[in-house]
Design a protein around this ligand. Structure first.
Ligand code: ATP
Ligand code: MG
Length: 559
């Protein structure tokens, strides 16, 4: 697991101020929370929040709660709750026994609302949603609220009857009495409760009034003893209301909200709503389609927790929104896999290679290192015989300038880990397509060890032994969106999709050692990239690999 780097960020600076002697949380344990709404799977943007929430708690020897924000009765689903837990554990974070649901606090929320009414700080309003908008005012005009001075007793009675189910949706709301002229519209007597005759996935039909997030969230934080409520920047304008709530109801503590910038990544979208639409419209196969920026999609693509955590750590914590290149995420994965992935040989677009001077029926094996970057990974043996597979584009019947691979009477080339060969010709079908490449080998070059001192003009080529290799399907992915910024406001992101983001190759040939490959595992297919067995579709006898990332680094720091 990647180490959380020790770099100071502004959140840490605030926290250190708060826990220092004389600070507002002096002597207290730092306590954060991660509050996902269970209406979809976590994406890489959430990962940034996870690292900030869990990572900050870890750094200060504190705790981080996991809380499902299911205040809103729509769309929540156990499938999402379980998937969120799985993804967080996969990243290496743990909430211990501190797993909560926002809806568990509904009764408390109700009590605090009653407390506000009794203090003259909340009232029942009967503006329709349309009137509410109309009466909101603008920067120069204060809002108008005709029911603001409703007597406390009357509001208490109406609020109790709202809860009892006497009224239809939207008939009444409960509003905080704050400041109709505030420059911050969130403070212009915001709605705290609304009537919704809806079934709740955990509460059933117990409730027909539901608290607004801005009211419920600070109460949840305070009841859990959260010291620092870390959230993304869109909540900055809601902070005065957050503070107003915790200051005016008798909660046991006053958490501090601190905002950070959301993470954006180019060529993708990071919004559950948009990701869900990609699935519903059949553009991807599901939340875990390897092209999705979801954690389960990235996992299936072959991403490792270390690579993702390193990525989020390197991006850092900023105070203004930033879009990071997908190429940088790829570069973090490449770095991780380069150190850990086993090297193997696979041929994606095969053509037959026959070593004409190698006796038919003969076979021998060579020892090769599993990972030259890590000799402790040991060695394995690969077999060699007269019939091999090589990449079709490692041969040209008519060479082009500077082509250093196989062509008739071309230069000597090394077969990776085996012999030096020389191309002598090829066999073509009736249409002129090359169906077999012919070559001779040099028996004295055994082992193909580049340190044998031989000067070989041609390239080193990968291959697999036709006698015992396996067929495989290989799925290669590129950007889901052609447009670098499909998430931009007002853009029709579906029109920005890359129609060629998935390329499926069948009839690929992989070396015998991959016969039982299964996820999670990562391999470097030599000269091609890093690949992983598909966690859903790969099985012995039906091998399926996903390209995690190519070998070539497209990321240029400081570009
Ligand atoms: P989405 O638009 O994808 O549904 P959300 O903010 O509604 O995002 P939540 O499930 O409510 O998603 O998010 C849980 C936490 O993750 C919140 O604290 C939110 O601020 C944070 N978060 C969500 N997206 C990002 C992002 N792109 N970068 C950083 N933090 C994020
Ligand atoms: Mg949300």
């Amino acid at each position: 697991m990647a180490e959380i780097t020790e770099s100071k960020n502004f959140i840490h600076a605030f926290i250190e101020e708060d826990i220092a002697e004389g600070g507002r949380f002096a002597g207290k344990t730092v306590h954060t929370r991660f509050p996902p709404e269970p209406n979809g799977y976590l994406h890489i943007g959430h990962c940034k929040a996870l690292i900030i929430d869990f990572g900050t708690a870890e750094k200060y020897g504190g705790m981080c709660n996991l809380r499902m924000d299911d205040t809103n009765p729509t769309k929540e689903d156990v499938e999402f709750v379980e998937a969120i837990q799985e993804d967080i554990h996969w990243l290496g974070f743990d909430w211990g026994d501190r797993f909560f649901y926002g809806s568990d606090y509904f009764e408390k929320d109700y009590e605090y609302a009653v407390e506000l009414i009794k203090k003259g700080l909340a009232y029942v309003c009967e503006l329709t949603p349309e009137q509410f908008k109309e009466y909101r005012g603008d920067v120069n005009t204060p809002a108008v609220s005709p029911y603001r001075d409703r007597p406390i007793e009357e509001s208490l009675d109406l609020f109790a009857r709202m809860r009892a189910g006497e009224f239809e949706d939207n008939k009444y709301t409960l509003r905080a009495k704050i400041d109709l002229a505030s420059g911050n519209f969130n403070m212009r007597d915001p709605v705290l409760y609304r009537i919704r005759h809806m079934h709740h996935h955990r509460q059933g039909d117990k409730w027909c009034i539901y608290p607004m997030y801005d009211f419920a969230h600070p109460i949840q934080d305070a009841l859990e003893g959260i010291t620092h409520s870390l959230c993304s920047l869109e909540f900055e304008n809601h902070r005065p209301l957050y503070n107003w709530v915790v200051e005016n109801v008798s909660v046991p503590c006053h958490p501090r909200q601190i905002e950070f910038a959301r993470l954006g990544i180019d060529h993708t979208v990071l919004s559950k709503r948009k990701l869900r639409a990609l699935i519903e419209n059949g553009y991807v196969s599901g939340w875990d389609d390897p092209r999705m920026p979801t954690l389960c999609g990235l996992r299936r693509r072959g991403y490792t927790p270390a690579a993702i955590r390193n990525f989020c750590e390197s991006v850092g914590v900023a105070k203004s929104d930033n879009t990071i290149e997908f190429a940088f995420l790829e570069s973090c994965l490449r770095k991780d896999l380069d150190a850990t992935a086993q090297r193997v040989m696979a041929v994606l677009k095969p053509v037959k290679l026959t070593i004409t001077n190698y006796p038919e029926g003969q076979s021998e094996s060579f020892e090769v290192e599993n990972n030259p970057n890590n000799p402790a990974d040991g060695k394995r043996s690969i077999t060699f015989s007269r019939n091999l597979w090589i990449e079709a584009d490692d041969f040209l019947a008519e060479p082009i300038p500077k082509y250093k691979r196989l062509y008739p009477d071309g230069p000597e080339c090394r077969l990776k880990g085996a012999y030096v060969i020389k191309c002598t010709g090829c066999v073509k079908d009736e249409d002129g397509n090359v169906i077999e490449v012919l070559a001779t080998y040099d028996p004295d070059s055994k082992g193909g060890d580049p340190s044998d001192g031989r000067k070989i003009k041609g390239a080193t080529i990968h291959w697999v032994d036709a006698a015992n290799c396996f067929d495989a399907e290989v799925r290669q992915y590129s950007n889901l969106f052609d447009d670098p910024d499909p998430d931009a406001a007002g853009k029709d992101y579906l029109a920005c999709l890359n129609p060629n983001s998935l390329e499926v190759l069948t009839g690929c040939k992989v070396e015998a050692s991959l016969a039982d490959a299964k996820a999670p595992a990562s391999y470097q297919f030599m000269r091609l990239g890093f690949f992983c067995p598909d966690s859903k579709d790969c099985a012995p006898g039906h091998l399926v690999f996903n390209r995690s990332v190519s070998l070539k680094d497209g990321f240029k720091p400081g570009k």
